[in-house]
Design a binder for this molecule. Structure first.
Ligand code: SF4
Ligand code: SF4
Length: 285
């Protein structure tokens, strides 16, 4: 989805190369030292028992309980990933709102770290794509139920690529990959040149209008390092969004990948995304 609303915002032109050492609005804690564990085994077992005792084993809470546990499995360095069950997304955009609150994303609709695209496939074969609540319909025609062959919602976010073009083009090394598989931006060293925004093939970055530094989804790095779920996963009422450790056999993400036919976005680009989709329609770009 093109970020047409971004282009006029916060131009970096004419600004000095101010390292902005004072800016902390979007500060993300830098990765823990190698080998650092997130939460100890006692807490892992406590969370698991809470899930079982509360009846979560037989209800929807199991997925979230195990998702939390998977993120904190002791003794191994995690490799974080994300799952999207397209057929479960109802387009409520609670995830988008929760992300904005959690990460100080400006309230204007054209700034976002995650978004949800509604695809409408028409009887005549045409396709309409709109980012729900963000960019208006491009087409003036009225879509009636009779015209619609099928429609579905596709949550999107930074793919935390294993081969991230955004990292490759950053001239000052301000954006980098952590050893647990998350691409972060150091907003103390980002100079706001926008190279990474241009390089990202998924439209996942924007220039923050206050800090004038690049911003994007971090899987809520400050939360997952405490053993919490990303805010969007936490609030999703249908569990369309999943989070976990790709190295853990107990992770709901691992199970999700094993049990479903999985796709990633733009696989031909060789970016190796770590956001995995099930029930992804061939029309999705
Ligand atoms: S909160 Fe869940 S169901 Fe609602 S739009 Fe986001 S992903 Fe879809
Ligand atoms: S989706 Fe875009 S911003 Fe995220 S890691 Fe890949 S290239 Fe970088």
């Amino acid at each position: 989805m093109p970020r047409s609303g971004i282009e006029g915002q916060g131009s970096a032109e004419g600004r000095s190369r101010d390292p902005r050492g004072e800016i902390s609005l979007l500060a993300v804690p830098l990765p823990a030292p190698a080998g650092g564990r997130i939460v100890n085994r006692r807490r892992f077992l406590k969370d698991l028992m809470t899930c079982v005792v509360s009846g979560g084993l037989f209800g929807g809470t199991l997925l979230k309980g195990v998702a939390r546990a998977s993120a904190i499995e002791a003794g191994k360095k995690p490799l974080y990933g994300f799952g999207v069950q397209v057929d479960k997304c109802i387009g409520c955009v609670r995830c988008v709102a929760a992300c904005k609150n959690e990460n100080n994303v400006p309230k204007e609709p054209f700034f976002f770290r995650t978004w949800v695209e509604r695809y409408i496939i028409k009887q005549d074969g045409g396709t309409i794509v709109e980012a729900i609540g963000i960019l208006p319909h491009q087409e003036a025609e009225v879509i009636t139920e009779k015209n619609v062959l099928r429609s579905f919602n596709v949550p999107k976010l930074c793919n935390q690529c294993a081969h991230p073009p955004c990292v490759q083009v950053c001239p000052v090394g301000a954006t980098f990959s952590t050893e647990d598989g998350v691409v972060l931006v150091n907003n103390k060293t980002c100079v706001g040149c926008r190279y990474c925004i241009q390089a990202c093939p998924y439209g996942a970055r924007y220039l923050h209008p206050e800090t004038h530094t690049a911003d994007k989804c971090t899987f809520c790095y400050h939360r997952i390092k405490k053993g919490l779920l990303p805010a969007c996963v936490e609030v999703c009422p249908t569990q369309a969004r999943l989070f976990g450790d790709l190295k853990s056999h107990a992770s709901p993400l691992t199970r999700f990948k094993r049990m479903n036919k999985i796709h990633v976005l733009k696989p031909g680009l060789n970016t190796e995304p770590k956001v995995y989709y099930s029930s992804l329609d061939g029309e999705v770009r």
